[in-house]
Structure formats: structure tokens, C-alpha cells
Design a protein around this ligand. Structure first.
Ligand code: HEM
Length: 74
């Protein structure tokens, strides 16, 4: 695995005529899973002074960097 590799076109759900029919269900399931994980995680916030950097690849967007600070769990 190369963490220093450059961005590439994201084809996780395929392209063109055979693009995944379940893309919206799969993304919604991931959204629910992430909500559950963040509900279990200790409270967190954006690191002070941090500047999150976003990027887009076609219609897919995400963060290159999103520095967070986690508070100690109770
Ligand atoms: C993370 C989850 C998923 C990933 C990464 C994924 C990925 C893909 C990819 C790459 C293709 C294209 C295959 C090709 O070009 O031959 C595809 C096609 C397809 N996917 Fe998914 N898929 C996911 C979830 C789902 C779900 C949840 C469903 C249905 C409930 C689904 C239904 C389909 C169908 C029916 C096709 C065929 C579309 C066609 O050939 O016209 N997928 N998927």
C-alpha cells in the first residue's frame, strides 16, 4: 500500500451503463454505520486552528485532511 500515491479516479461503484444500481442504498447504509460509530466515539471537534482540505473526484468528494481532537471518554 502506498499512502503517498496521487489521487486517482474513484470507480468503486463502476462507471457507465453498468454503474452500480445499489449505490444509494450502499451509501445510505454507510451513513447509518458512521452515525452509529460517531455516537459511540468520545466527543470530538475540529483541531484548533486546523484548516480541513477538501477535494473532489468527479462527483465524489472527501477530505484530504480533517484534523480532529478527541476528548477523553467519561
Ligand atoms: C459498498 C457497496 C457496493 C459496491 C462497492 C458496489 C460496486 C459495484 C460495481 C463496481 C458495479 C459494476 C460492476 C461492473 O461494471 O460489471 C456494481 C454493479 C451493480 N451493483 Fe453494486 N456495489 C455495492 C452495493 C450494491 C447494493 C447494496 C446493491 C443492491 C441492493 C447493488 C446492486 C448492483 C447491481 C444490480 C449492479 C449491476 C448493474 C448493471 O450491470 O447494470 N450493489 N456494483
Amino acid at each position: 500500500m502506498r499512502f503517498d500515491r496521487g489521487p486517482s479516479l474513484n470507480t468503486a461503484f463502476g462507471l457507465g451503463a453498468h454503474r452500480c444500481l445499489g449505490i444509494h442504498l450502499a451509501r445510505h447504509q454507510l451513513e447509518i454505520a458512521l452515525e452509529l460509530v460517531t455516537a459511540l466515539a468520545p466527543p470530538f471537534r475540529l483541531a484548533p486552528g486546523a484548516a480541513p482540505r477538501m477535494r473532489t473526484l468527479g462527483n465524489v468528494w472527501g477530505y484530504d485532511t480533517l484534523p480532529l481532537v478527541f476528548e477523553r471518554g467519561a
